[in-house]
Design a protein around this ligand. Structure first.
Ligand code: ADP
Length: 297
């Protein structure tokens, strides 16, 4: 007789009740009731919370001034909130935590190093690998972002999109569990940006990290995310959240023309216009009275 358990056996086993209860996985990243003001007293967050489940792709959408950069600084652990806490895999964040990876708007490559050496540079600083292991790992991630053939090129010999891919490979080579992406494709033209959006999803599907992607581009947020968090102008906190239930894998050709894609896009456009109206009302009391009579506030 086989030693394997079959499903009906499970019903006959006496298991403690707590064992049978399915626990949802702990959040990969959780921001719990944080408050933060700059030294000049300008308050950006007040009892602000958000979380991301393991492997979730969360987009943070909001106009300029809503606190996106401040939030990133807090998530990195370089800046501390005055109240509340930020946890990464249930432990408090700090700048030393290697589970966090960043991709910024500017690729910030060393101009005198090849693509391969740029990717290897981060590994030299952070990973306990021999020189040949570093090269192997750097090549592995250049391959993943589709740039193996460009490994020996200098940054000025690469297009803006390719440079951003090298920057992505440099971060991914450190194998972070949580990726913070701060408007990484904002400087690219629309065609390159759409292509990079598709590439991001392909890589994410392969590696499965938790991603927090900051953008002010509604289409980008809908295309990429499982969930979009809309921020109010600081210190307004979260305006609302929207789950994006578009099928995966997503592609520019198929996904962007789905009626549901346009519905999500229109819904978010409406929410952003509410955010803008609220912020203008804050600086203009007369506009505030008009909005009140029109039940916007
Ligand atoms: P975003 O990245 O969404 O544009 P920021 O996080 O840069 O927003 O800024 C949020 C708010 O905090 C804004 O009102 C901004 O003017 C203010 N702010 C940003 N940096 C500082 C600072 N160093 N001192 C005081 N206020 C700041």
């Amino acid at each position: 007789m086989s030693g394997n358990l079959i499903l009906s056996d499970l019903t006959t086993l006496a298991m403690p009740e707590t064992f049978l209860r399915v626990q949802p996985p702990a959040d990969a990243l959780s921001v719990e009731q944080i408050s933060f003001s700059y030294p000049n007293g300008h308050r950006v967050f007040s009892a602000f919370s958000l979380s991301a489940a393991p492997g979730e792709f969360v987009a943070i959408l909001g106009p300029s001034g809503c606190g996106k950069s401040t939030l990133l600084n807090l998530l990195s652990g370089f800046v501390q909130p005055q109240a509340g806490q930020i946890r990464l895999n249930q432990a408090t964040v700090s700048p030393e935590r290697s589970e966090l990876g960043y991709v910024f708007q500017a690729p910030q490559l060393f101009p005198w190093l090849t693509a391969l050496e740029n990717v290897r540079f981060g590994l030299r600083m952070a990973a306990d690998l021999s020189e040949s292991q570093q090269r192997e790992r750097a090549l592995q991630y250049l391959r993943l972002v589709g740039l193996e053939q460009a490994a020996q090129r200098l940054p000025h010999q690469l297009s803006g999109g390719m440079q951003q891919r090298v920057s992505l490979a440099r971060t991914l080579a450190l194998e972070p569990e949580v990726l913070l992406m701060d408007e990484p494709f904002a400087a690219l033209d629309a065609i390159s940006r759409n292509h990079m959006n598709e590439e991001t999803l392909r890589i994410w599907a392969e590696l499965g990290q938790t991603v927090l992607f900051i953008t002010h581009d509604i289409d980008e947020a809908v295309f990429l995310a499982d969930r979009v968090i809309v921020l109010n102008i600081a210190p307004g906190g979260i305006h609302s959240e929207l789950k994006i239930q578009l099928p995966r894998p997503r592609s520019n050709l198929k996904t962007r023309r789905l009626p549901a894609f346009l519905d999500y896009r229109n819904e978010l456009m409406e929410r952003i216009s509410q955010v803008m109206a609220l912020s203008e009302a804050r600086v203009s009391p007369s506009l505030s009275r008009v909005l009140e009579t029109e039940s916007i506030l």
